[in-house]
Write a protein that binds this ligand. Sequence first.
Ligand code: TXE
Length: 481
Amino acid sequence: MLQITNYINGIFEAPVNDQWLDNYDPSNGNVYSHISNSDAKDIENAYNAAKAAYPSWSQTTLDERSKIMLRIATLIEENLDMLAEAESKDNGKPLWLAKAVDIPRASSNFRFFANAITQFASEAHESVGMGAMNFTLRQPIGVVGCISPWNLPLYLFTWKIAPAIAAGNTVVAKPSEVTPMTAFLLGNICTEAGLPKGVLNIVHGTGPSAGQAIIEHPDIKAISFTGGTATGAHIARTAAPMFKKLSLELGGKNPNLIFADCDYENMMTTTLRSSFANQGQICLCGSRIFVERSLYDKFKEDFVARVKKLVVGHPSDNNVNLGALVSKPHLEKVVSYIEMAQEEGATVLTGGNQVTVGGYEGGYYLEPTVIEVTDDKCRINQEEVFGPVVTIMPFDDEVDALAKANGVRYGLSATLWTSDLNRTMRVSKALEAGIVWVNTWLMRDLRTPFGGVKNSGVGREGGFEALRFFTEPKNVCIKYE
Ligand code: TXE
């Protein structure tokens, strides 16, 4: 059976302890490969390789770094089909989605930061009347850690690695142990593109073992993490006494506010996507839908009818809207939330059941589920489910809508549907979120700051924000006569 080995110092190798984890195909529940179950020894080896590569990589010209990264971007594009098939098999997401979104975006991440680094600038401050000139050096940090989740595997893995290496750092990276395959395949692409050995080291394994060794490592000075809020809090607690730089992109429970004056058809089509894209396993999904009372009954009827038509099936089938959930434990978690919602008194309007797909009976399939709630403070409306489950509820006016939208501990993104410009401005300013989409969803420009407020994390990624995170500013003050 295929072994997913670590990529350290440009070489694929088994973990030192020779321990392996099972890797499941969510579409049928079968084990199809084994993953390195790495521990602190492998992280130390990866760290040593990264440390050795740092002096040379940090002094490599921007032009050269950029060229290598552009080659990686091109090779990802050239291997689109192979990578998309691997991603779909590992994660359960529809193949068409991996081809249209995940893999193109992984390529864009490298291309974007290959170009961004050539435009990144620092500031100069003349101390007028004092005979001094200040300038800011933006220096790479050294060896940095990147830890990514399973929902958008290569997309989020490269979103961290690309700015880290563009800025001149060397990296110890760990993809999720639930979806390691495309990160494993990236190793070959980096070698083929001519990335010097040791610049990127990819170590596989669980959070408590390999992940923990990264966050505890005294000389890995910055950690970029995307994952669950509880893990983020644990990382912050561990890293704080060592004064590491942290960027934490955590969970969301994002509101989707629908006003009666919206473009109805556009709203409806997009809301189906923002609810159930990637089986609802995107931190930006609009999992709490609030609709202005005058539109509520019509919306409810139309939305439920449209959700009933969504097709759940094998990820390789081009006609499916939803594939499989990522893992059995995750499926069980999502199902338990649906049961809990009913115990809380909420009504399942459609969905809620597991789906058996012919020929793939062991797969982790679930119907897209719409739950009507009467209390926005109930648990199904407060906690991140991270599956194909949305709640719906009416609101009375703008004040009520904002109170409901902001009435959670999360603050990642929000979506607003209205044709009123004044309302757009008022509500956008008042929403407690890092990202607000108006009359659209998940439209991304890689130059924009990305991240959340409240329990959705700290720090921003994207554009120059990511390059600022992966560099240390140093003020140099020169006194002159
Ligand atoms: O994430 P974890 P899980 C949410 C979602 C989901 C929940 C839990 O609600 O149901 O989080 O998912 C690594 N030190 N999101 O448990 O554990 C881990 O190996 C260092 C939202 O799968 O946070 C993986 O690489 N690393 C989210 C990564 O952290 C550790 C996407 C994320 O896994 C570690 C995924 C440790 N002690 C889940 N423990 C989003 N924001 O998009 C774990 N890891």
